[in-house]
Design a protein around this ligand. Structure first.
Ligand code: IVH
Length: 702
């Protein structure tokens, strides 16, 4: 059969006497043409050719590749079927962090956003007091963010957002998505990272869940979970079968950009989007709009809110971005989100259902959270059977009784919550909830400190519930990132007494894992490898993994970058911590107390003995290639560095600090309350204005 096919194709092409170069060209243009039709078909629902015509193109390409196997390329649309399963996902560090967006839930938040943007631009002499600012309005797709990297126009890797700095390598899976171009059109930068959302349409979601139901498999809660589960599947063939879609909404790293594109994309976000579309990316043009006022943004929101139910995919709001890229650069970033963009979320959906009972759950720090067990009810596609009640005071404030009908709300990923009792529906068979006196897990006394709303279990790590939660936190993605070390394994290891503290993870051996039912040798091996990979965590991740109260990932990072080694941190006082930006007395004393408690010192000792050693932050700074030849001017107050420190830092890394703006300056580093240098710098097109976070990225990347 194949031979016959080859013969036919051979005839067709040999008759025409094509040279090998001409054949290469034919193959390349066929691939581009197929990619183009893939986007129209899969993303825009607007095929420009019939299925038969499309099939004929693919057929021709398949035959040509059959004739010239040497010309087969992993980036050919014929190769999207999905390669063999992976043991685990590698990690990819993002060259430009993938941040999140600030959220607005009401119109006033949008008004304040617009006012904030205008004030900052006015302070920087970029707009006059009454001048309008243009905003690019887009849909907020409810899927998962992806960074796709192209080198010399070819797709080389793709990663999930992960913790914003490090994501999972999902390249093989992304390749199976038909609307993601494998080869870019035209002249493109040497390195181009494109960011966008991978999502699942409603019809594909229905189909998938029907299939799951028929096979007795677990149903997906909603399209976002289904998209995430399909993309983060170790078997690319599974991803290929799920028909995921992609829309591009921006760029990450771009290097060696040609003058022409630089010109096109350096002015407006809208030009970037048009350019992305022209080089082969699906972008959602139908619903994008540029407006020049706050009411423009609110009208857009209203319009989209009215049509959202007719869209073939889920959106959870709209996104506004300042359209001018010069303005974007000046507005810069806060630690988690750009100051030039805002996500305006749709109101959470609500439902009324019956409160069947109230259980209590024990958290990582021993906090007891009452949880409402509900008569299951469907809200925005998810079946909700429990909701948080926060604490005892909340139950009293809401006058909640078991047996009541309650209004519950669910917003995206947020845990569902009980808003109020529907008093009109109250019967006379309701009962009052009493907070238990003893921990339901370890039987220790529960205590509520005067003036605090939270009741806590006094069992400490003797309480297996607290231990389990602490372990879950410690192995999480933003902490030690031990892959495969999930809830069920942790529960079994704790319940069988094999793990009594965090340090015990590092004395586990493969037999311990094999003893646990349902873990086969392959998975056990993968988990052991993942534990080994986590033995030298970055210092900030390690600090975060310890689960110190009030120390989130960002605080952990601030501490690690200032004190550089675990030993130094352990010897710091509350006052030392309070000198750091964003660390007040509450956080500072929590950290100081943690490192003064003997049980924690013993824990850290035991961890070291078991072969876990966090990297010192200095290691990072030492390997940093220098800022050789780069010139900086400084204005305003920085958070991490004093004036002398930053001068020192730049010079030590080979850069130079100048006092005045001129064409010799590469970067203006802007802190709080900057001076007139910002306005002056705007006049130099090659001078880049950066804030402190940009500076840190720059240092990390050069
Ligand atoms: S711009 C700095 N545009 O929303 C982040 N994000 O809440 C810039 N998202 O992680 C993102 N649709 O996954 C942008 N049109 C859109 C979006 C969008 C969905 C997601 C994205 C991001 C999350 C932030």
């Amino acid at each position: 059969m194949v031979l016959k096919l080859v013969a036919i194709v051979q005839e067709e092409f040999l008759n025409k006497n094509y040279s090998i170069n001409e054949l290469k060209q034919i193959i390349l243009s066929l691939r581009k043409e197929i990619d183009f039709h893939n986007i129209n078909y899969h993303c825009y629902d607007d095929p420009l050719i019939s299925d038969a015509q499309y099939d004929a193109l693919v057929d021709k390409l398949v035959k040509l590749e059959l004739l010239h196997p040497d010309l087969i390329d992993p980036n050919s649309p014929t190769q999207r079927v999905g390669s063999s399963p992976l043991p685990y996902f590698n990690q990819i560090e993002h060259e430009v962090p993938m941040l999140s967006l600030s959220n607005a839930f009401k119109d006033d938040d949008v008004v304040s956003f617009d006012a904030r943007v205008k004030k900052l631009l006015y302070d920087n002499n970029l707009v006059s007091p009454k001048e309008d600012v243009c905003y690019f309005c887009d849909l907020k797709f409810d899927g998962l963010a992806i960074n796709i990297r192209y080198e010399k126009g070819l797709l080389v890797s793709a990663s999930t957002r992960g913790d914003g700095n490090v994501g999972e390598d999902v390249t093989s899976n992304i390749r199976t998505i038909k609307s993601v171009p494998l080869i870019l059109h035209g002249v493109v930068p040497d390195i181009l990272e494109v960011r966008g959302e991978v999502f699942m349409r409603h019809d594909d979601f229905e189909r998938l869940n029907n299939h799951q139901r028929m096979n007795g498999d677990k149903l997906f809660m909603n399209t976002r979970n289904a998209a995430a589960g399909s993309l983060r599947n170790l078997d690319p063939r599974v991803t290929a079968s799920r028909n995921l879609k992609f829309f591009a909404y921006g760029c990450g790293n771009i290097q060696n950009i040609f003058q022409e594109e630089n010109f096109i994309i350096s002015n407006y976000h809208s030009s970037v989007i048009n350019w992305l579309s022209s080089i082969g990316f699906p972008v959602n043009k139908t619903y994008q709009e540029i407006v020049n006022s706050c009411s423009g943004m609110l009208n857009f929101y209203e319009k989209i809110n009215n049509i959202r139910n007719s869209l073939p995919y889920d959106i959870d709001g709209v996104v506004y971005k300042v359209n001018s890229l010069v303005f974007q650069k000046t507005l810069g970033y806060s630690s988690r989100a750009p100051r030039f963009a805002l996500a305006h979320k749709f109101s959470p959906e609500e439902a009324v259902t019956k409160l069947l009972s109230i259980d209590v759950q024990v958290g990582r720090t021993g906090a007891i959270t009452p949880v409402a067990r509900l008569d299951p009810v469907l809200i925005s596609g998810a079946n909700i059977s429990s909701a948080t009640l926060h604490n005892e005071n909340e139950i009293i404030r809401k006058d909640l009784r078991i047996g009541d009908f309650v209004r519950i709300r669910r917003a995206g990923d947020v845990i569902p919550e009980v808003i109020e009792v529907v008093k009109e529906l109250r019967s006379n068979v309701v009962s009052i909830f009493n907070m238990p006196h003893y921990c339901p897990i370890c039987n220790s006394l529960l205590r509520r400190i005067d003036g605090e709303s939270v009741t806590r279990c006094t069992g400490g790590l003797f309480c297996s519930a607290q231990l389990k939660q602490r372990l879950l936190h410690a192995v999480g993605r933003k902490a030690l990132n031990i892959i495969g070390f999930g809830e069920s394994l942790i529960y079994k290891l704790v319940d069988s007494n094999r793990i009594k503290s965090l340090a015990d993870i590092y004395s586990l051996n493969i037999e311990d894992l094999l003893d646990i039912e349902k873990i086969g040798p392959k998975s056990a091996n993968n988990i052991m490898e993942s534990i080994d990979r986590s033995r030298s965590p970055k210092l900030d991740r390690f600090l975060f993994s310890l689960g110190i109260r009030h120390v989130g990932d960002s605080t952990a990072n601030t501490i690690a970058s200032k004190f550089i080694s675990l030993d130094r941190i352990m010897n710091c006082s509350k006052e030392d911590f309070m000198e750091l930006p964003d660390i007040g007395p509450k956080i500072a004393s929590s950290i100081a107390i943690f490192f003064s408690e003997q049980q924690n010192i013993d824990l850290l000792d035991k961890m070291k003995k078991n072969g876990l050693n966090p990297e010192s932050f200095e290691v990072n700074t030492e390997v940093l290639p220098s800022l050789e030849g780069k010139t900086f001017v400084l204005t305003g107050k920085l958070k991490r560095f004093s004036r002398d420190e930053i001068r020192d830092y730049i010079t030590k890394n080979g850069g130079k600090v100048l006092n005045t703006i001129s064409s010799n300056v590469n970067y203006l580093l802007v802190g709080d309350e900057p001076g007139s240098k910002v306005a002056k710098a705007q006049q130099f097109p090659n001078l880049i204005i950066i804030n402190e976070e940009d500076f840190m990225y720059l240092v990390e990347q050069t």
